[in-house]
Design a protein around this ligand. Structure first.
Ligand SMILES: Cc1cc2nc3c(=O)[nH]c(=O)nc-3n(C[C@H](O)[C@H](O)[C@H](O)COP(=O)(O)OP(=O)(O)OC[C@H]3O[C@@H](n4cnc5c(N)ncnc54)[C@H](O)[C@@H]3O)c2cc1C
Length: 286
C-alpha cells in the first residue's frame, strides 16, 4: 500500500511583527526553532494540516544581553552561542548541562527556547532553570508578559503556554553559588536516563540556601522543598547522624511513594543524594 506523503507548509517570518501576522492566520501552526527535536520525529507531528512557523530568522529572538545581575537570552539563541558567553559568566551547572545536549553539531542548531518548549519529555535544561529563579518572557500577538519559570513550566508536560503563545526571552540571574554539582547519565530519550543537579550557598560554614533536583526517566522530576528547608541553617561538615537523618527523611518524603520507578532508580537517587551530602560537607573551604 502506498503511503501518502504530505509536505508541511513552512512560513519564515523575519521579525516579530511578521510572526504576529502568521500566528493570527495559523493559530495551530507548530513553532520550529532549531528543529533538532522536531525533525527526527517528523512523522509524529500532525500530518495533513501541518503548518510550520520557522522562527530561526527572527533577529529579536537571537539576542543576548547582560547586566551585572542577570543574563537575558533570546529563545532562538543556539546552545553553542550560549556557551560562547564563557565560563566566567555562565553558572557552572548551566554550562555543564548545555554541554551534555547532543553534540557540537546539534548544539549549533538547538536553541534554548526549543529545549524549554518540549512538551513530551523533561529535557536537559529545565530541571536546572527551575532552581535558578529564572523568568520567561512569553509573547502572544503583540503583548508580552514576564513570568517566573517555575510557575509556567510543569516537568513532564512542558511550558503551560496559551494557544499561540511562545517563549521570547529567558532571564537568568547571575548569582554566586559556592557549591554546584551536576550529573547526567544516559541519553535523554532513554527510559533509564538520570539527571541530578544541586546549587548551594554556604556562608561561614553554614548552609544558607540549597536547592537540588533529580530527573529519572522521561517524566519524573523530584525536588523536595521540605528537605531543602531542613538543610538550611546547618553547619558544615554535616555529622554522620545529620546525613543519616536527612537521607531517611528524603526517602520517606520523596521516594517512598514513587511506585512507578524501578528499585534501581530509587537506589540511584538515594545514593546520589547521600553522595551529594558528603560532597557538600567536605568540599567547601572558606
Ligand atoms: C542527536 C541528538 C541528541 C540530543 N540530545 C539531547 C539531550 O541530551 N538533551 C536534550 O534536552 N535534548 C537533546 N536533543 C533534543 C534537542 O536537540 C534539544 O532539546 C534542543 O534544545 C531543542 O531545540 P530546537 O531549537 O532544535 O527545538 P525544536 O526542535 O525546533 O522545537 C522543540 C519543541 O519546542 C517548541 N519550541 C521551539 N521554540 C519555541 C519557543 N520559542 N516558544 C515555544 N515553543 C517553542 C517547538 O514547537 C517544539 O515543540 C537531542 C537531539 C539530537 C538530534
Amino acid at each position: 500500500m502506498k503511503r501518502r506523503v504530505y509536505s508541511p507548509i513552512v512560513y519564515t517570518p523575519l521579525n516579530l511583527n511578521e510572526l504576529n501576522g502568521y500566528s493570527h492566520s495559523h493559530p495551530k501552526a507548530t513553532i520550529f526553532a532549531g528543529g533538532t527535536y522536531i525533525l527526527p520525529r517528523y512523522s509524529d507531528f500532525q500530518l495533513g494540516d501541518f503548518h510550520i512557523i520557522d522562527i530561526s530568522h527572527i533577529e529579536e529572538l537571537n539576542r543576548i544581553s547582560r547586566t551585572e545581575t542577570y543574563l537575558e537570552i533570546g529563545a532562538g539563541v543556539s546552545l553553542n552561542k550560549i556557551l560562547d558567553i564563557g565560563k566566567k559568566v555562565l553558572p557552572k551547572n548551566f554550562q555543564k548541562a548545555i554541554m551534555t545536549v547532543g553534540n557540537v553539531i546539534v548544539r549549533d542548531m538547538a536553541t534554548l527556547g526549543g529545549n524549554i518548549g518540549n512538551r513530551d519529555v523533561i529535557t536537559s535544561l529545565p530541571p536546572l532553570l527551575l532552581m535558578m529563579d529564572v523568568r520567561l518572557e512569553v509573547r502572544k500577538n503583540d503583548t508580552n508578559r514576564w513570568i517566573p519559570f517555575n510557575q509556567i513550566y510543569i516537568p513532564g508536560r512542558g511550558p503551560d503556554l496559551e494557544n499561540w503563545e511562545f517563549i521570547q526571552r529567558i532571564r537568568i540571574p547571575l548569582r554566586e553559588w559556592n557549591f554546584q554539582m551536576f550529573r547526567s547519565q544516559g541519553d535523554f530519550l532513554d527510559e533509564d536516563r538520570f539527571l541530578f543537579c544541586t546549587f548551594a550557598s554556604v556562608q561561614k560554614g553554614i548552609v544558607t540556601d540549597i536547592r537540588f533536583a533529580f530527573v529519572s526517566g522521561w517524566h519524573t522530576y523530584i525536588r523536595s522543598r521540605e528537605i531543602e528547608v531542613e538543610m538550611e541553617g546547618r553547619k558544615l561538615p554535616l555529622s554522620r547522624s545529620d546525613i543519616t537523618s536527612l537521607r531517611e527523611h528524603f526517602y520517606a518524603m520523596s521516594l517512598k511513594n514513587l511506585s512507578h520507578l524501578k528499585d534501581y532508580q530509587i537506589t540511584q537517587i538515594s545514593r546520589t543524594f547521600y553522595w551529594a551530602l558528603h560532597e557538600l560537607s567536605y568540599s567547601i573551604t572558606e
